[in-house]
Ligand binder design. Sequence first.
Ligand code: PXP
Length: 248
Amino acid sequence: MPVPDDFTLPTLGVNIDHVATLRQARRTVEPDPIAAAVLAELGGADGITVHLREDRRHIQERDVRLLRQMVRTHLNLEMAATPDMVTLACDLRPAYVTLVPERREEVTTEGGLDVAAQVEALTQVVETLQDQRIPVSLFIDPHPVQVKAAAQTGAQWIELHTGRYADARDEAGRRTELSHLETACYLAREAGLRVNAGHGLTYWNVLPVAQMAGMEELNIGHSIISRAVLVGLERAVREMKQAMRGTL
Ligand code: PXP
């Protein structure tokens, strides 16, 4: 893929939920996601991302409060668009909030928010948070209808769901999914939205998304934490930055 002249590498938000998952497996105090955030930043993370789920299955409120004090880069809080979570976010004051759909029985976030089906309700949530100077990002599938609806809500950002791209089984499928991401990214920028992406990105599939014009931040969790178990978190983060540059 040709790299445009004005290309700048997107920043890397490291999602540390899986560190908390390991801790919660034993309901103990280790490994501590706060330590993981510090090491991720030492490895070159540009941001730290956590998903505070309503069932608190991995990240806890205590983690977000401490991360808010410890993180030297920026803290992205993923959450459901519920009144309780909005109240909590206004108290916790992350650098920005990413609104995601949440189903209790899911293993991980399964799809983007259907913004088009709930423009009014999401507009209210976006307004409440952004009135508190907490910018909002909407996690959506790379579909023009969702991009248009996201712009209508007044959100400053979108995060494009890269799951279908990551799950594509062959080169043709990957190319198709990549073109959906490119189109959605272009349309979003035209509509004045800033664009992030994430879900299912790995050391092997990240490069074309990292090279997409207008892409600002990639949020990556599972692949980095999986590698970190074997090589350490600092090195795993450093190697993901290399993969994004195409120098791994
Ligand atoms: N972005 C969002 C909105 C997510 O919900 C997740 C998963 O928690 C990620 C990015 C990171 O996905 P992965 O762990 O597959 O890298």
